[in-house]
Design a protein around this ligand. Structure first.
Ligand SMILES: *[C@@H]1O[C@H](CO)[C@@H](O)[C@H](O)[C@H]1NC(C)=O
Ligand SMILES: *[C@@H]1O[C@H](CO)[C@@H](O)[C@H](O)[C@H]1NC(C)=O
Ligand SMILES: *[C@@H]1O[C@H](CO)[C@@H](O)[C@H](O)[C@H]1NC(C)=O
Ligand SMILES: *[C@@H]1O[C@H](CO)[C@@H](O)[C@H](O)[C@H]1NC(C)=O
Length: 395
């Protein structure tokens, strides 16, 4: 796989609106890529089922600002509005499916699709997803500060530097195959560049002991990961004083909201649970009431659930008594967000010191996560090897 390989995480939001008193318009799928490599084009797809309704409009918003609308009654039906970082290509877009010809740092944000039906129902359904832009580093990490040779009792003080990326790389240091303990590490500030890229560094400091040498060789390895945290949200909208008691938005791989009444009034107790989908690493859950993080006093933590195959699911409860101020324009929105972290890029550098090797051997390896592999081109690994060897030779 070449350097141009990229990963697109796509999460479908399947939106269902059961518990509706009136059947009609339903949002079916809202597809927004979670992580996009800077420069890549993007499809934002929103599909719906009108059932007995007629479509009035499909609108797309970024951070609550409209940039696209499709109204069958308009001529032409599809229109776009200029918005920084959102490059709509109308010729390829149709109905709820919008094509963005390119992307840059300003493309990041929360995208919402909103579909509305004509009279008599005037029903509106909406779902939103977060989109993040990532930039992979041009090359693997570099180990700086190694000496030509170390003896037992010598001090080793080296730094691992990552090439600029977004998000910033995180490191792990290994002495031979063993990950070093945190007390040997020292943190250096992340360098921020004007274009939004970040370059991180992590130092390693220790005194050489006999146990660190294998056949007289000290092997140091620095592993750099670029990870993207992404969130999946499920939302429950509780509407007071109307026939429609509650609507439920559930992301297909997002958390599940369970429990609760079909209708709430001031004085009622909300008692609901949010469960994440099973995953290898547990998701971090958060509750939001009307888009504000729920008061810790309302949140009920439960133990992590572990399944026989090692998969885990997190569980977080929300319990509070409804007050008047919880209703905004007659509506109370409860939202649960599950955040997972996915490694999108891994690279490492190794330095061997001592032994029969008069000059230090250096090896740059690069591989990807289970999701997708990004391999470094030969030309780039040569470049890294050369600069690092040069550095070692100078000492
Ligand atoms: C979105 O719609 C476009 C056009 O129909 C299609 O080519 C693309 O594969 C869709 N994207 C996803 C993720 O389904
Ligand atoms: C390790 O090196 C850094 C600079 O590269 C220096 O700031 C730090 O003080 C050194 N640590 C020790 C314990 O010598
Ligand atoms: C939430 O989960 C806990 C632990 O499984 C359970 O005891 C409680 O009854 C659940 N609450 C609701 C509202 O489902
Ligand atoms: C990446 O390297 C690790 C350890 O070096 C290895 O366990 C893993 O299988 C490799 N992944 C791929 C995709 O090659």
């Amino acid at each position: 796989m070449g350097w141009t390989t990229y990963i697109l995480f796509l999460f479908n939001v399947i939106v269902s609106s059961h518990i509706h008193a009136i059947h009609g318009l339903r949002l079916q799928i809202v597809e927004v890529p979670t992580a996009v490599r800077r420069g890549d084009p993007i499809w934002l797809n929103c599909t719906y089922n009108l059932e007995t309704d007629d479509l009035y409009s499909v609108k797309w918003y970024k951070n609550n600002v409209e940039f696209y609308r499709y109204l069958p009654s308009d001529d032409p039906p599809a229109q776009k509005y200029d918005l920084v970082g959102v490059y709509v290509e109308l010729s390829k877009s149709y109905q709820g499916n919008v094509y963005l010809s390119s992307s840059d740092m300003n493309t990041e944000g929360t995208y919402r699709c909103e579909v509305s039906a004509e009279a008599p129902s005037f029903q509106t359904e909406r779902a939103e997803r977060e989109l993040q832009i990532y930039v992979l580093p041009k090359g693997g990490p570099t180990i700086i500060g190694t000496k030509f040779q170390y003896h037992i009792g010598d001090e080793v003080n080296v730094t691992c530097h990552a090439a600029p990326s977004k998000p910033a790389a995180t490191f792990k240091w290994y002495i031979h195959e063993e990950e070093v303990s945190p007390e040997l590490l020292w943190h250096a500030p992340v360098v921020r560049y004007r274009d939004g890229l970040l370059s991180s560094q992590l130092g390693l400091h220790f005194i050489v002991k006999a146990s660190h040498l294998v056949n007289g060789v000290l092997k140091l390895r620095c592993l750099a990961d670029i990870s993207q945290a992404y969130s999946m949200t499920s939302e429950e909208i509780i509407v007071g004083n109307t026939v429609r008691a509650s609507g439920l938005y559930t992301a297909i791989d997002g958390p599940r909201i369970e429990g609760g009444l079909t209708k709430y009034q001031v004085g009622d107790e909300v008692d609901v649970n949010c469960t994440s989908r099973k995953s290898q690493k547990p998701a971090k859950l958060s509750w939001f009431i009307n888009d504000k993080k729920a008061n810790t006093g309302f949140v009920v933590p439960y133990e992590l659930q572990t399944y026989p195959n090692g998969l885990k699911a997190s569980l977080l409860g929300l319990k509070f008594v409804v007050r008047g101020h919880h209703f905004h324009k007659g509506e109370m929105r409860l939202k649960c967000t599950a955040t997972l972290t996915k490694v999108i890029h891994t690279s490492s550098e190794e330095v061997f010191v001592g032994g029969n090797q008069q000059s230090s051997g250096l090896h740059v390896s690069e591989n990807g996560s289970a999701v997708a592999a990004v391999s470094i081109s030969l030309r780039q690994s040569c470049w890294i090897t050369l600069t690092s060897l040069l550095l070692l030779c100078q000492m």
